[in-house]
Every structure is written in C-alpha cells, then in structure tokens.
Design a protein around this ligand. Sequence first.
Ligand code: NAD
Length: 350
Amino acid sequence: MKICVLPGDGIGPEITAEAVRVLKALDLKMEMEEGLLGGCAIDAAKDPFPEATQKLAKEADAVLLGAVGGPQWDNNPRELRPERGLLRIRKDLGLFANLRPAILYPELANASTLKPEVVAGLDILIVRELTGDIYFGQPRGIEVRNGERFGFNTMHYTESEIRRILRVAFEAARKRNKKVCSVDKMNVLECTQLWRDVANEVAKEYPDVELTHMLVDNAAMQLVKAPKQFDVMVTGNMFGDILSDEASMLTGSIGMLPSASLDENNKGLYEPSHGSAPDIAGKGVANPLATILSAAMMLRYTFNQEAAAQRIEGAVKKVLAQGFRTGDIYEPGMRKVGTKEMGDAVLAAL
Ligand code: NAD
C-alpha cells in the first residue's frame, strides 16, 4: 500500500499527523511519503501542485490530503492559488467519483439543526459525478444576442460516464445496506432521462441491490424531512454539488465529515470535507476525526481492507461514547481535548 500524504496548509498538517499515526498503528504493510500541495507548495516551489508532488501522487495507490488555502494566498493570480493545486491534482488523477458519507453519531445528535429523532443514527452516502455535466459542457458563455446579454451552459452526459458512476454507487451499496437512490430531473431534462435509463440498465448487473429514482427537488426536500430513508444516493455533478452539502450539514459537525474521490481503478484521494480553518491553525485544537475517517475510507475503497476500516470507525465511535470532544463538537459535561489528545484517544480505542 503506497500512500502519498499531502498535509497542505492551515490545520492540514495537524490533522493529517493524527490520521497517519492511526494508520501506522494498524498491522498493515504501508509505505507513506509526504509531499507539498497548496499554499505551502507555492511558498516552496512557486507552484501549488509541483512536479515532485505530481510524481508522488501518480506513483501512489492513494493520496491522503489535509486541506489547502489561507488568506495569505487569496490575492495571488489564479494559477498561484492553493485551490488551483486541488483542482489540478483531481484532474491529473482522473478522479470522477466523489463519495461523501453523512453520518450522525448518536452522541452528536444535538449538533444538528434538525430534531435529534430525525437525524440520530443517520448514515447516508452521496455519490457525485465529478467530471461531467453542465459544469464542463460546451458551448458555454455570455454573449450579446438580439441587443441584450445572453448567458448559456450545456448539460450533457455520455452513457459511459453515467454507467461508470452508477457502478461506483452500486458497488458502494453492496458494502452497505444495498439500496441506491438515483437522483435526476427526468421530467424536464432529456440528459437526465438518459441518466435514468442507464441507471435502470446498470441495475440489472446488481440484482442484490435495490434501485429507486427520485427527482432532485423531491430529494432536496426528503433529505431534510426523512433523511434516514436513504442509503446510497447517486447523482450528477451539479445536483450532487448541492445535495452533498445539504446532506453533510444534516450532521451539523464539519470536523467529522470525510470524503473520497475515486478513479476508474479505485485509486483515490481522501480528504476531510472541511477546509484549512486558518482561524484555528497552529493552536492544536482542530478536530482530526474527519481526516482519520478519511483514512478509514481509503482502507475500504482503495485497499479493500474492510475490517481495518471498521476498526478505525469503531474506535471513533468509542471515543465519542467516552465523551472526548474537540472544541467544534463540545457540549457541557463532555471532556474537551485538543487535536493530539483526540488522536491519542482514537489510538487507545484501537
Ligand atoms: P473551513 O472549513 O476551513 O472553516 C469553516 C469553519 O469551520 C471555521 O470556523 C473553522 O475553524 C471550522 N473548522 C473547519 N474544520 C475544522 C476542524 N477540523 N476542527 C474544528 N473546526 C473546524 O472553511 P473556510 O473558512 O471557508 O475556508 C478556509 C480556507 O480553506 C480557505 O482558504 C478555503 O479556500 C480553504 N478550503 C479548502 C478546502 C480543501 O482543501 N478541500 C475546502 C474548503 C475550503
């Protein structure tokens, strides 16, 4: 298992250090090598995704990323912004499938803005297509037509693009509760009629998984009304952008949310859903659990080490049950800890 570790900026180095400690504590043969991405790479090599990092990422089986960005680089030209490094590595590695679980541990039910009984025990996975759809479709632009400005974009998907993301969703469902809900807008958009047709075709390859369909407006509503009805939700780039943010916020705790982006061979980039949190960087108070849970996803999706993934997830559940809380998820009566102490607690629970 060859892992490229890219701590990045802000709290990135603090939280990835804890995830690396957790990975090293498992009895698995791994090689890890660190590289620079984002603002730190701009400072060191005048490039947010330097050649050395490109090589490291290409040669690795998986990438573990902290976060990039910070106010000191905000006024740089576009090519020299940390986020540019993120877009480039995703493109370079051909990552087309974004997996974002939204899990609400019963102990954190009060962190959600929804009623605890609606969200306690929530465990859904949003699978979003990352490289197609209206975000990349041509033609696009703003022109003057008939004497007024005219803005336009193009939504499109090929059936092979739809097929491969649906397969990711079905495969993920097989490792979970065997239900896939495909989200589209087939009543209005032909492109998503094709999406639905192809979803039905792919479903025939997975007779053990149940496929349902939902229109995106209803899906947005159902996510806040009765989110626990979902297991895996799969959708295109734009709908997925919106629904995955909505779903993640059901849990109310950004420091807890991991994510994975996969290529066709399950090589993946694993990172917390949050950013580099410059406001708390260097203080040793950031929550490392989203990054630790991202490492668990890496074991599950790239390395097929389900038992090791569950060991990490079980350890995280245990530390929450024991009352350990970083500042972002703290409630009175709990035990407030910093980044490293939280890592220690997870290691002890392992
Ligand atoms: P952010 O997610 O970094 O922070 C939002 C809020 O959540 C802050 O108050 C922060 O302190 C808190 N927070 C985030 N992660 C936390 C953690 N693990 N533990 C405790 N608290 C945590 O979002 P932002 O403030 O909008 O962006 C800050 C920087 O991060 C920007 O430069 C942005 O471009 C970048 N960013 C990077 C990524 C990425 O690397 N994937 C994603 C989003 C934002």
